[in-house]
Write a protein that binds this ligand. Structure first.
Ligand code: ZN
Length: 313
């Protein structure tokens, strides 16, 4: 395990073991909606019938991904649905990854939910492609949630937290193989440190059409911020990421998936348009600031991942 934080050793320990939360993927809303079929939820039976090669899927994914969503600032408030309308839309499956590397003897049982072996990761992504999933970006999700804009068939969002280097060396080429784009929630304290991405890598991911979002400076729990913490954990990292990418930073992922309603106005006044949590229930009054994700566990086979996607969203 990585214990290489020169400063935030305590944070590192927490991150490695429980970077997000310890809830299982299926403890969320487990909400079934009449629209389940429209979201492709009944396609799980087809998973084993997927073509052994994914060339076709890759082409289809490329085409679907060629259309980035509109910038949220171009969507007039009058056109955006209210919280109830947003909450009522079927959720899009969103996966959350951390470290992508083979397990070592030092990895604890709990840590292995957050560390996915390379072959298992590649198998999960291949399953998505073979099953006809299309990766979507946050702008597309935002337009869908607020205005009902159309999404590609079988949408999925692939998110990567905590700035780990293997997200660049392993996830980036694996996603590219299928024409997929990812969302990288960067913790800026780690940039350039051993085993973490550099600023240049983050810029390259951004330039290649992936979304860069904020995951705070050093992973402190948003629920505990007071006074200057907002500047340290949010304002400065946003500036850093905007300087690196040359783009506005609009999306946020809560460390450990933890949030409270007091955080929403703080994030909104800083220009964030949506924030991502984990498998807990959404806030009915502010579903855009509690968009659910599940951690794609290192223990999960492609089939188990798919079952969890179908059950949790
Ligand atoms: Zn994290």
């Amino acid at each position: 395990m990585k214990n290489l934080f020169p400063i935030a050793a305590v944070v590192a320990a927490t991150l490695s073991l429980a970077a997000c939360d310890s809830k299982t993927a299926t403890t969320g809303e487990a909400r079934t909606t009449p629209d389940a079929e429209a979201m492709g939820k009944t396609d799980s039976a087809k998973i084993d019938e997927a073509a052994p090669t994914s060339g076709t899927a890759a082409v289809a994914a490329d085409e679907a991904n060629a259309k980035p969503g509109p910038d949220p600032s171009t969507i007039p408030a009058a056109k955006a649905g209210d919280a109830a309308a947003i909450y009522a839309r079927p959720q899009v499956p969103i996966l959350c990854y951390h470290q992508i590397r083979d397990w070592t003897a030092r990895d604890s049982k709990g840590a292995k939910d957050y560390i996915i072996p390379i072959a298992a990761f590649k198998a999960q992504i291949k399953m998505l492609a073979d099953s006809g999933y299309h990766s979507i970006q946050p702008d597309q999700l935002y337009a869908y949630l607020t205005t009902g804009a159309k999404l590609p068939s079988k949408p999925v969002m692939l998110t990567f937290d905590d700035t780990d280097l293997d997200q660049f060396t392993i996830a980036r080429p694996t996603l590219a193989q299928y024409g997929y784009k990812g969302v990288y929630f960067v913790m800026t304290v780690s940039l350039g440190r051993p085993h973490y991405m550099t600023k240049d890598m983050v810029k390259q991911l951004s330039d290649e059409g992936n979304q860069i979002g904020s995951h705070t400076w050093d992973h402190h729990n948003v629920k505990k911020y007071q006074g200057k913490d907002w500047e340290t954990q949010i304002d400065k990292p946003t500036k850093t990421l905007e300087d690196i990418t040359g783009k506005k930073i609009k999306y946020f992922a809560y460390p450990f998936g933890l949030w409270n309603t007091q955080a929403f106005p703080e994030l909104k006044k800083r220009g964030f348009v949506a924030a991502f949590s984990l498998a807990e229930k959404r806030d009915q009054q502010d579903p855009l600031f509690t968009i659910r994700r599940i951690i794609a566990s290192g223990y999960w086979s492609p089939r188990t991942l798919h079952n969890n996607m179908v059950q949790s969203f």
